[in-house]
Write a protein that binds this ligand. Structure first.
Ligand SMILES: Cc1cc2nc3c(=O)[nH]c(=O)nc-3n(C[C@H](O)[C@H](O)[C@H](O)COP(=O)(O)OP(=O)(O)OC[C@H]3O[C@@H](n4cnc5c(N)ncnc54)[C@H](O)[C@@H]3O)c2cc1C
Length: 444
């Protein structure tokens, strides 16, 4: 059988592009196949009428994103193209937005936590302080084991669950705290540091993806139908042709990888099946003026915990995140649906989704409906990895899997609900593919 490529990468999200970059730099022939008509996956942005809309990912951090920063440097992106956000994250409680979440000062100011809960916040921060016990690359190693967020939270004042864990995990990851494991969440919280470390790409969250794709062989609008692993080669099957490669990388969410990889080894299939994803639903509102959320200090995210609000999990004030997200004198706000309502709203008509979310948004940003000139709905059936206790239990075995002709990269590989998980797993996959192809060449 003829070999078309050294490596075929399925998916031009940040994981696939990071892996393709490392392998192309090592001198291999690499092609990326992407089903959508543009790159970026869940980190895509679009531009219209002077607005830049981040459809999925919103921000990164100067801490806990080491693989991403290395890639940013290699892509030639300057530090000033990834400026600090410099605004706060606030939590809604009893009619007031409390700024300061995830900052050391929260222990004193509360950021929505009652006085007694702040003592438990200190206890919690002390419990997750040790980087050897809370290593985001090995979330299965923590002393927390496979307990869920809700179960772990029972050891603390209830505010910690209601106004910190649920508020953050519900808004940023779409998690149901009764279903997702605490360990990966605790590792991530320890690594990413306070909101004062958070940054965003000046020109939109797809900046890195676009820059990497510019140096790669990427074919967009090319949906892979299935992937078949073999002893020396693997096949990528499209509706109209089949491509052979020495290695195929599945850089798609786990449920998609499970569907595409028709002869996955049993152990891989077990982990893929356990790696459920949460759907996410978001509405962007183009505003004719820069509305603000009322807080004592400027905030760019308002978390609206389930204890306070049924329909929204939070609001992102994009023009506060970076002024160039909206034209001068205008505004951009994103509304995130609460994990509770996403299942029923996900397939509803756009108008119904917009109405439900904007009506609820009025409570937190008065004047929102009147200031809105246009809306866009963003749906992610596979929004964020859910990090179930079962997936956590199986992860170490999956990480130690033998290297075959088909491998994977994605946030779910590390059970880390962030783009850094995708980039880190891509770096590991690059090493695995290179070592396999080297040993194949050596044997030949
Ligand atoms: C609403 C939301 C907010 C988020 N906020 C943040 C944040 O603030 N910070 C952060 O770090 N992370 C955030 N994330 C997570 C982050 O976006 C993801 O972790 C990261 O983008 C995952 O990258 P990936 O390459 O693993 O997967 P994806 O981005 O999902 O890429 C997979 C690609 O594969 C393509 N594909 C699928 N099927 C096929 C097929 N059959 N053939 C070919 N191509 C296919 C898809 O079109 C997609 O482009 C957020 C995610 C969402 C949904």
């Amino acid at each position: 059988m003829t070999v078309d490529l050294d490596v075929a990468v399925v998916g031009a999200g940040i994981g696939g592009l990071a892996a393709a970059t490392g392998l192309a730099e090592a001198g291999l022939s690499v092609r990326v196949f992407e089903a959508a008509d543009r790159v970026g996956g869940r980190m895509a942005s679009f531009r219209r009428a002077g607005y830049t809309v981040d459809e999925g990912a919103e921000q990164l951090s100067t801490r806990g994103y080491r693989a991403t920063w290395e890639l940013i440097r290699r892509a030639g992106i300057r530090r000033d193209e990834v400026p600090p956000i410099g605004k706060r994250v606030a939590v809604w409680r009893e009619g007031v937005a409390h700024p300061g979440l995830s900052e050391p000062g929260a222990v004193l100011t509360g950021a929505g936590l009652s006085k007694r809960a702040r003592i438990d916040l200190v206890r919690f921060l002390a419990a997750i302080r040790d980087p050897r016990r809370f290593d985001a690359d090995r979330p299965e190693w923590t002393p927390i084991g496979t307990r869920t967020v809700a179960d772990y939270a029972r050891g603390f004042h209830p505010d910690l669950h209601d106004y910190l864990f649920q508020a953050v995990a519900g808004c940023f990851f779409g998690w149901d705290t009764g279903r997702s494991a605490m360990a990966p969440f605790a590792c991530l919280l320890r690594e990413i540091g306070p909101a004062s470390c958070w940054v965003t790409y000046r020109d939109g969250m797809d900046t890195l993806a676009r820059r990497l794709a510019g140096n790669l062989d990427v074919v967009t609008g090319r949906a892979v139908r299935e992937v078949v692993g073999g002893t020396d080669l693997a096949r990528v099957v499209f509706d109209d042709e089949t491509v052979t490669a020495r290695s195929v990388l599945l850089c798609v969410p786990a449920p998609v990888a499970a569907r595409l990889y028709v002869n996955a080894p049993e152990a891989d299939a077990e982990f893929l099946a356990a790696c459920a994803f949460r759907p996410m639903l978001k509405v962007s509102c183009f505003l004719d003026r820069p509305l603000a959320v009322k807080t004592s200090r400027p905030a760019y995210v308002l978390l609206t915990p389930s204890a306070e609000e049924d329909v929204l999990s939070g609001l992102v004030i994009d023009h506060e995140k970076h002024p160039e997200r909206a034209p001068a004198g205008a505004g951009l706000v994103s509304l995130l649906a609460s994990p509770r309502v996403v299942p029923e709203l996900f397939d509803a008509a756009d108008d119904d989704v917009v109405q439900a979310l904007v009506d609820s948004g009025e409570r937190f940003a008065p004047g929102l409906a009147g200031a809105t000139v246009r809306n866009f709905v963003h749906r992610f059936r596979h929004g964020l990895p859910e990090a179930t206790p079962e997936a956590l239990r199986l992860r170490a075995g999956f990480a130690a899997r033998p290297i075959g002709t088909v491998d994977y990269a994605g946030d779910w590989v590390l059970l880390r609900p962030s783009s850094e998980g995708a980039v880190r797993s891509a770096a590991t996959t690059v090493s695995r593919v290179l070592s396999r192809l080297d040993s194949v060449r050596g044997a030949a």
